[in-house]
Design a protein around this ligand. Structure first.
Ligand SMILES: Cc1cc2nc3c(=O)[nH]c(=O)nc-3n(C[C@H](O)[C@H](O)[C@H](O)COP(=O)(O)OP(=O)(O)OC[C@H]3O[C@@H](n4cnc5c(N)ncnc54)[C@H](O)[C@@H]3O)c2cc1C
Length: 438
């Protein structure tokens, strides 16, 4: 990089948020540079994971004709309640899931992110990898006018910077927009393995008729030892993604190692047969921000906007993060384009970014689930109590034991109250409703 490199806009981070912002600005004609610290975009990223096409449509309407790096359409969604020895499955298969393109696809970030970044390059974005943004350049009034990098001649100037640095939001903190590192109560640690398996074998094990079908299963209960968190199993083209995530604080309190929980999940008698003979091709751990609406960083300041995980934009309940990141990146990009038209990069102007997010599902959903992490934190027994109870109740109710069904119903109620009093159940349900209604 030569000294005094000047662009219309700088994007920090080549994940879904940053690349979406860069694509949006390039399409509107802004000279845009995207700086990524990894060897390539995606080198440091992984997720479950399911990508949502509504977000791709919004950012890159012709994405289908660009050979997207996706694994399988999700045609079968499942919620499994796993107890130590059984599973209660809720799955949905629908003709609507068969539409092309599907509403969601499984993907591997090591493939998807480089493809997405390449689309930005094709649209004119300069993507610089192996470069870490270390700080900010300011004018005499203290306004951000560019970034410093770890390259000796690596200062880059632009009137607007979009920070999309992910969950470890050190730059956001440097600007004072986030007050501190994420507290362990409000961040989950997730571990995942990508296991290789022949395509036909994946299909046979999950009841899929071909590569145009795929499943996404969220697993509650014993996947995380009954602690607040979830497990997941997603089918990729020739492999399976399996993982689990728990709030960091729960790992500390219970002195648990995340990789041991995943190993236990994989060895669960119900889960193990799905994975038999599969070869581990990828293994990793990553944090997920669960800070929620009330603890989000400030989203803008003079010359700067923050998008995606860096701003805590994750709806963990619906395993949505990439779509929030992409839409926030797009809105930040559009706001930057408007700022250029008005030649106004002040915080006063950029607050339009937050206003537009507020009109979108991004901040509406985060606001609605603002109490969800508090709910999980204050009811650590929830998964174990109710998932195990549901399995036991279903087993008793749907098998014949020579007992009158009315007596069985009383027995099932006793089963519940042995685990939790009526008052305790009522309090848990009220807390759950409050967690879901904001
Ligand atoms: C295990 C797991 C499962 C998940 N499952 C799903 C799912 O199924 N569906 C879903 O929608 N979401 C899922 N998510 C969440 C989703 O992955 C994130 O919300 C999403 O990746 C956020 O995108 P982002 O662009 O904000 O950040 P990231 O994807 O983290 O990208 C940030 C980028 O910035 C770069 N960077 C950081 N600092 C610097 C710097 N100083 N200089 C230059 N570059 C920098 C990083 O290298 C990285 O490439 C999951 C997350 C995890 C961990």
């Amino acid at each position: 990089m030569a000294n005094k490199l000047t662009f219309d806009a700088i994007v920090v981070g080549g994940g879904p948020a940053g690349t979406s912002a860069a694509i949006t600005m390039a399409r509107a004609g802004l000279q845009t540079i995207l700086i990524e610290r990894g060897r390539f975009a995606g080198a440091k990223n992984f997720f479950g994971g399911v990508l949502y096409t509504h977000a791709l449509d919004a950012v890159l309407p012709d994405w289908q004709s660009r050979g997207p790096a996706l694994e399988r359409p999700v045609t079968d969604t499942g919620y499994w309640l796993l107890s130590p020895d059984s599973v209660l499955r809720f799955t949905q298969k629908s003709e609507r899931f068969k539409k092309v393109p599907a509403e969601s696809y499984t993907a591997l970030r090591a493939n998807f992110d480089p493809w997405f970044a390449q689309q930005a390059v094709d649209l004119g974005v300069l993507v610089i990898t192996k470069t870490t943004v270390t700080g900010f350049l300011r004018d005499e009034k203290g306004r951000v006018i560019g970034v410093t990098t770890d390259r000796p001649d690596g200062d880059v100037y632009a009137p607007v910077v979009i920070i999309a640095e992910g969950v470890n939001n050190l730059l956001t903190q440097q600007l004072g927009l986030a007050k501190s590192d994420l507290p362990p109560r409000f961040v989950a640690l997730s571990v995942k393995e990508y296991l290789g398996l022949p395509e036909k074998e994946v299909e046979a094990r999950f009841g899929l008729s071909g590569p145009d079908e795929g499943v996404a299963i969220d697993v509650f209960g014993d996947a995380t030892l009954g602690l607040p968190g979830t497990g997941f199993i997603y089918t990729d083209r020739a492999g399976i993604s399996i993982g689990c995530g728990l709030l960091l604080e729960q790992l500390v309190i219970n002195n648990l190692k995340p990789y041991e929980i995943l190993a236990r999940f994989k060895n669960h008698p119900i889960i193990k047969p799905y994975l038999e003979g599969a070869e581990r091709l990828e293994y990793g751990a990553h944090l997920i921000p669960e800070t929620g609406y009330d603890r989000m960083p400030t989203l803008y300041t003079d010359g700067v906007m923050v998008a995606g995980d860096a701003a805590g934009m994750v709806d963990a309940l619906h395993r949505e993060g990439t779509n929030l990141a992409m839409i926030a990146g797009k809105i930040a990009g559009e706001t930057a384009v408007e700022a250029h038209k008005q030649r106004n990069f002040s915080a006063e102007f950029l607050k339009e970014y937050r206003r537009r997010l507020q009109d979108s599902f991004v901040l509406k959903d985060l606001k609605q689930y603002r109490r969800m992490t508090d709910f999980l934190d204050s009811t650590p027994h929830f998964m174990e109590t109710y998932v195990n109870f549901a399995n036991e109740a279903a087993y008793r109710y749907f098998t014949a034991h020579g007992m009158a069904k009315r007596d069985m119903e009383k027995e099932i109620i006793r089963l519940l109250t042995r685990r939790r009093s009526f008052l305790g159940v009522a309090v848990d349900m009220i807390k759950l409703l409050r967690g879901m209604r904001g």
